[in-house]
Unconditional design. Structure first.
Length: 265
């Protein structure tokens, strides 16, 4: 009874035959293939318990065949064999070193790329921070009347402030309470209110002054008229007999407002 199916793949006839005879004696059923393409065809047609695959094959080498077998039959047991083991080891060691160098080069390039990306991100964050700082300073400066000391305090606070809009809004609410007396809109409204009061008081004073002047003139006119009525004017007569004649109201008014009867105090 056969112990299992084995595929022997080797381009050298002598080695292929020798391996087949030894395995047959051991109780295995052996199928032989002289190259990689033949081996692939055999694997597609039959199921093998083991594949003995020579490394150095014509047309397609053993490692390439190995990859193709793994792609079509991932669980297929395979043993790589070679009559030139030392040469294979040297080649594999050389390939390994080359691969290490390639990996190291890729890693160094990747590290340099990551560092450049980090530098760019840091620069971009710094630029964004400066732009955000200037924008916030401008917003607050437009709303408040600040001196140099105020701006120093403000700059220190804004540098430590979180970049979120919520944090800035909360800070503005705090300033609205602390710097209410520096708020430009509040000061303008207060000054407008004060000016309105001043204008109102001036208007009142002017009204009272005009009323007082009007009353004085009326009193002066009335007093002059009263004085004119109380006085009598005697006119000379050409006749020998002199008589007193009454003076008209117009004459009395003119006499009352003559230079002699007006007293300026």
């Amino acid at each position: 009874m056969s112990k299992g199916q084995i595929l022997v793949v080797d381009d050298e006839h002598g080695i292929r035959t020798l391996l087949s005879e030894v395995l047959n004696i051991a109780g295995f059923q052996v199928t032989m293939a002289a190259d990689g393409l033949d081996a692939l065809n055999q694997i597609r047609k039959n199921k093998f318990d083991l594949v003995l695959l020579d490394v150095n094959l014509p047309k397609v080498d053993g490692f390439a065949i190995l990859e193709k077998i793994r792609a079509s039959a991932p669980t297929q047991p395979i043993i790589m064999i070679s009559a030139r083991t030392e040469k294979v080891k040297e080649d594999m060691a050389k390939e390994k070193e080359e691969m290490k160098k390639t990996v190291k080069k890729v890693e160094d390039e990747l590290k340099a790329a990551v560092e450049k990306i980090q530098e760019f991100e840091a620069f971009q964050k710094q630029e964004e921070a400066v732009a955000r700082f200037n924008s916030r300073m401008e917003v607050i400066d437009q709303g408040y009347e600040l001196d140099d000391e105020d701006r120093q305090v403000l700059a220190s606070d804004l540098k430590e402030l979180a970049p979120t809009e919520e944090a800035f809004a909360a800070y503005q609410e705090k300033l609205a309470v602390m710097w209410k007396h520096k708020n430009k809109e509040a000061k303008a409204a207060f000054e407008k209110q004060i000016q309105a009061r001043i204008d109102e008081e001036v208007a009142k004073k002017l009204s009272v002054s005009n009323a007082s002047e009007t009353k004085t003139a009326e009193e002066l006119a009335q007093e002059a008229l009263d004085n004119a009525k109380a006085s009598e004017v005697t006119l000379p007569n050409n006749n020998e007999a002199q008589s007193q004649q009454p003076v008209s109201f117009k004459e009395k008014f003119a006499n009352a407002f003559s230079r002699e009867n007006i007293v300026i105090s």
